[in-house]
Design a protein around this ligand. Structure first.
Ligand code: AMP
Length: 223
């Protein structure tokens, strides 16, 4: 079974955390444009230079930049087993471009999982989020605390807060989500691939709902 999955949802809905376990369980790569852009900023590349100002403000990077990244990434050989797009597409033009790429590759979308969480929960979640600058592992001071406070479980590196995880930037990112990304719910609903998942509760509870939604979509596609 090859899975072509998209995770939609406001920032802080738990897309990255849920994507990690889905990708591990199903043996597919997690493609996060946010991670790719953060990697580019860290490496000091031209792409990173272009994206940084948008990211610092909580605004979306330009569509052509993101579409270019996706075209390159989806051509890589690890995507032959399927993939999970985490945080992309985020606008209608990006969704149309991804649709054209999948059509070219002859790969239908298995499911678009939209993880739904109220705004007040999101603010609490995002401002408590910490990550490892070395290997990208994500933690939360309350919901997914590392074994040793402030240190990565895998490598012991001191955890950091993302520059765009402050309250002010989060409010901006939520507004941007509602204006530019929420319209994708209708876009995918019309294509009958949308699965809405309640993103409240423990990480394991949400993971069970997500896995169930993917299995149901995959069996519909297989039948
Ligand atoms: P994320 O880690 O997915 O929350 O993304 C962090 C930031 O990277 C966003 O606030 C945007 O500035 C930028 N970004 C990531 N993915 C996209 C995308 N698909 N389209 C536009 N900007 C993006």
């Amino acid at each position: 079974m090859s899975y072509q999955l998209i995770f939609l949802g406001p920032p802080g809905a738990g897309k990255g955390t849920q994507a990690e376990s889905v990708c591990r369980d199903r043996g597919i790569p997690q493609i996060s444009t946010g991670d790719i852009l953060r990697g580019a900023i860290k490496a000091g590349t031209e792409l990173g230079r272009k994206a940084k100002a948008y990211m610092d403000e909580g605004l979306l990077a330009p569509d052509d930049l993101i579409i270019g990244i996706m075209e390159e990434r989806l051509r890589q050989s690890d995507c032959e087993a399927g993939f999970l797009l985490d945080g992309v597409p985020r606008t209608v033009p990006q969704a149309e471009a991804v649709e054209a790429m999948l059509e070219n590759l002859g790969r239908p979308l298995t499911a678009v999982v939209s993880i739904d969480v109220p705004d007040e929960d999101i603010i609490a979640r995002i401002t408590g989020r910490r990550s490892c600058p070395k290997d990208g592992m994500v933690y939360h001071v309350q919901y997914k605390a590392p074994r040793t406070e402030g240190r990565c479980d895998l490598c012991g590196t001191e955890l950091v807060q993302r520059a765009d995880d402050t309250r002010e930037t989060v409010e901006n990112r939520l507004r941007v989500y509602k204006e530019q990304t929420a319209p994708l719910i209708d876009f995918y609903s019309e294509r009958e691939v949308l699965a809405m998942v309640d993103g409240r509760g423990s990480i394991d509870e949400i993971a069970a709902r997500v896995a169930d939604a993917i299995d149901r979509a995959a069996s519909r596609q297989g039948s």
